[in-house]
Design a protein around this ligand. Structure first.
Ligand code: ASP
Length: 324
């Protein structure tokens, strides 16, 4: 065979193998990278969704925790993976803040991923060790204004939701705290409960049972409405800080260039998982709910991602916080 004809035949063969692989997908376990430690809120949401998707896809869907650098390490690893549907990523609002926060990000959230769909949007709560002196948000603000440098605020690194919430909190009260980064708020919460650090701001998917069980002191929820799961907790607006308004949305992605057929299968599986009884029940207990089918789509995820990048950019620039 002449070289050109051989090349065309080989390319056609490779193409049909790729199509057959996409049709049969998945034929082996799928890994979802969670860019934070095990035991935290992103991990909790991801494990519930992965379990339900496993049932639907007929293959194990495993979680790999790759914490560090506010979620950017794990996201970078997912962006660099083969786009074959066997390495995915569940990330949160950090996908939209990282491009402004990081001077040299190793990936572009809008170009280097194949969006699959939104998952859920989770309120945050300001919490502290249970013996922390201030009892209300008003007292907390006054205390931080006086003792800011001595107050240790735990977050999951620059780019994490806990970082964003802390940044909004500090600019809303015009005072600073000392921040300590963790690889996720699972371990950060352990240290708040243990009293090694003073406070944090974290998703209700990691704070609801600790608040209900009295393991931590809670000051406010960062959404305009109170939560049915924590009815006594005031909103930040009610407690005097309306600018501290943040909801942590999560999305499912694959690396850029994932075959259309695989994206479609994953979107359908995500939509099925979000109607799973255990997922719906646990999400409700943790103060959130799954998104609708219309939102669990690639289009809705990329629209929100773009809108959120534009929304957070001027806010981060005004705060003047950057990382390398
Ligand atoms: N909630 C964490 C954050 O601050 C991350 C995590 O551990 O899920 O972004």
């Amino acid at each position: 065979m002449k070289a050109a004809a051989w090349f065309l035949a080989a390319a056609a063969f490779a193409g049909s193998v790729a199509v057959a692989e996409a049709q049969d997908y998945p034929t082996r376990p799928v890994t979802i990278i969670v860019p934070f430690s095990a035991g935290g809120p992103t991990d909790t949401v991801s494990r519930l969704v992965a379990e339900a998707m496993s049932k639907d896809l007929g293959q194990q869907v495993l979680i790999q925790n790759v914490g560090g650098a506010g979620g950017t390490l794990g996201a970078g690893q997912a962006a660099a993976a083969a786009p074959d549907g066997y390495t995915l990523l569940i990330h949160h609002i950090g996908m939209s803040t990282a491009p402004t926060l990081y001077r040299s990000l190793q990936f572009d959230p809008t170009q280097d991923f194949s969006p699959v769909g939104l998952i859920t949007a989770v309120p945050m709560t300001l919490v502290a060790r249970k013996d922390f002196e201030p009892n209300t948000l008003e007292e907390l603000v006054a205390y931080i204004k006086e003792n800011g440098e001595d107050v240790i605020y735990a977050n999951a690194g620059i780019g994490a939701a806990s970082h964003l919430c802390g940044m909004l909190f500090m600019s809303a009260m015009d005072a600073q705290m000392t921040t300590v980064p963790y690889q996720g708020t699972g371990p950060a919460m352990t240290d708040v409960i243990g009293g090694q650090v003073d406070m944090t701001c974290d998703q209700t998917t990691n704070t609801t049972s600790q608040i209900q069980g009295g393991e931590v002191k809670a000051y406010a929820v960062t959404t305009p409405e109170r939560l049915p799961t924590l009815p006594d907790l005031p909103t930040t607006a009610e407690a005097g800080l309306p600018d501290l308004d943040v909801t942590v949305w999560h999305g499912l992605y694959g690396p850029k260039g994932m075959p259309e057929e695989i994206v479609t299968k994953l979107t359908a599986s995500l939509q099925t998982a979000l109607k799973d009884e255990t997922v719906m029940q646990r999400f409700a207990e943790l103060g959130t709910e799954p998104v609708t089918d219309a939102e669990a789509t690639p289009e809705a995820l990329s629209e929100l991602l773009n809108a959120q990048i534009a929304q957070w950019k001027p806010i981060i620039e005004a705060a003047g916080v950057y990382a390398d």
